[in-house]
Unconditional design. Structure first.
Length: 194
């Protein structure tokens, strides 16, 4: 059973305080803003989603942002995951392993929330609408500034598919990975289903 949104905000605030990072405050505000932006996007395009679940996914998407490699290693061992996941860029481990930490610490088992958190940084060829919204909200929330962010922000208000493509192009420019190339092809070729 899920807690209410304010409880998750408080839990996240306390977790970030414990991390004692100079970026804790800005990351906390970013997380709240992602939750808010996700709800805005869903309403703008009249998506049939549970807005509370969507906001929770946005608020918690960076829950594991300040975890250590030791913690990630422990999670991989505890859940019997492929150890090669630890070879991924450290910057995305919070997304890939965050759902396991959230399951363990917060007892959230909702697959749409967990997948949205898992997919927010890299995307996935199997994204559902929750994952797609959080994928976009992460870069289009109001506190993000910069050329790549601004274009996704504008598109997130008028053309959801193009917003996804823009984020993928933005990611491709930084990381020309096979996944990013496949994502671009998928969202470029797919008939839009929304």
């Amino acid at each position: 059973m899920l807690l209410d949104i304010d409880q998750y905000k408080e839990i996240l605030k306390n977790k970030y305080k414990e991390a004692a990072s100079p970026r804790s405050e800005s990351r906390y505000l970013h997380s709240l803003s992602v939750g808010k932006k996700a709800v805005e996007i869903a309403k703008t395009f009249n998506f049939d989603v549970d807005l509370e679940k969507l906001e929770i996914a946005g608020i918690l998407h960076d829950y594991a942002k300040f975890e250590t490699m030791d913690k990630f290693t422990q999670i991989v061992q505890e859940y019997g995951l492929d150890k090669n996941i630890l070879n991924e860029n450290f910057k995305i481990l919070h997304a890939l392993l965050g759902p396991y930490i959230i399951q363990k610490e917060l007892r959230i088992t909702d697959i749409e929330i967990l997948n949205a958190i898992r997919n927010h940084a890299t995307g996935s060829l199997d994204m559902d609408i929750y994952s797609e919204i959080i994928y976009i909200a992460d870069v289009s929330e109001d506190l993000r500034v910069g050329e790549g962010f601004d274009k996704v922000k504008e598109l997130s208000k008028i053309d959801f598919r193009m917003a996804i493509l823009e984020k993928i192009e933005f990611s491709l420019a930084k990381n020309n990975t096979e996944l990013n190339r496949k994502l671009f092809q998928k969202y470029q070729e797919d008939k839009w289903k929304y």
